[in-house]
Unconditional design. Sequence first.
Length: 393
Amino acid sequence: MRHDFTTRPDRAGTGSSKWSSMVEAGGDPAKGIVPLSVADMEFVEAPEIVEALRSFASDAVFGYTEPTDSYYDACISWQTRRHGWTPSRDWMVLSPGVVPALFNAVKCLTEPGDAIIIQPPVYYPFRWAAERTGRDVIENPLILDGDNRYLIDFDDLAEKAADPQARMLILCSPHNPVGRVWDREELRRLVDICLENDVFIVSDEIHDGLIMPGYHHTTLMNVMTPDEWDRCMVCTAPSKTFNLAGCQCSNIFIPSGDVRERFEHGFGMSAIESLNCFSYVACTAAYESCDAWLDELIDVIWTNHELVADRLSSFRPEATVFDLEGTYLQWVDLRCLGLDADRLESLMHEADLYLDEGHLFGREGDGFERINLACPTSVIEESLDRLQHVLTI
């Protein structure tokens, strides 16, 4: 393997949100414990990105900075190469993150008292974006089929979307935390229901680069026709794929000029006008120079997924490790333990495991755990050893 995916960076005391949360929960970094919660990676950064930042910092002036032509070219080329669509430069609105973009979309494109459709168990800021801006939440829960695969409940979605209060659906594609990569047919059915009921679609595609072998990410833009693009926006970022969350860089694609103007006005009202100068450099380097690094990363994530599935089946076969189609977030059903949320979290902490608890993603996640697989395989092995110990004593 050309790149380093075995070294464990020491992030204790660096201000890492993930590590700080572990310490607050009683975890001891001195014991060699690595938290597997917040969705960033425990790998050495891609050297191509590090070198680009080092070169930039050596003679740059760190003043207010706008994106360059090369930045736009890199972002558009990435979508063309990896996902088979070529957005227009004019569609792009830059955001310090996808979550701020979600909040801004809700504030600018709906009114207080409107309702936002979400599909739990789902990334919890989706709910926050509605509730914290005075909107209601309409839930269209995913359903589990007989093969333990999550599906969209289209009959329920059609009923919920017909509610006159429903004005927007926030789609997670690929889905966090269940790891589904929605196929074209599923996405088209969702689009048809939303269009029929005048429900605007915000597609969070932040994990679009993290697709496992045998699967293919379909952007919403390739499902909708050009005359339908005024009813959607697509949120992307290099942050998950290349571990750049701290650089605060996201690219939001909004084809409709009217929607884009409203969205930009909302950011202007919050005094969000540009990104930090390092974010442009990091994103450009990632999209131009890190394809090989990403391909190797996916191999490691897949290895870690198979390890979790094999090991857990050996000592707790009644638990369910869901197939991983996309993201590096492993969804695990531990309802077989018969524990409430507090006791399940306590048991994980007894094993020195600091995960994202399933209930965070909605009541549909009660009894589940989300495991971050973006770490050296040795970390997963040690974590499973500790889990096996507490589950078999």
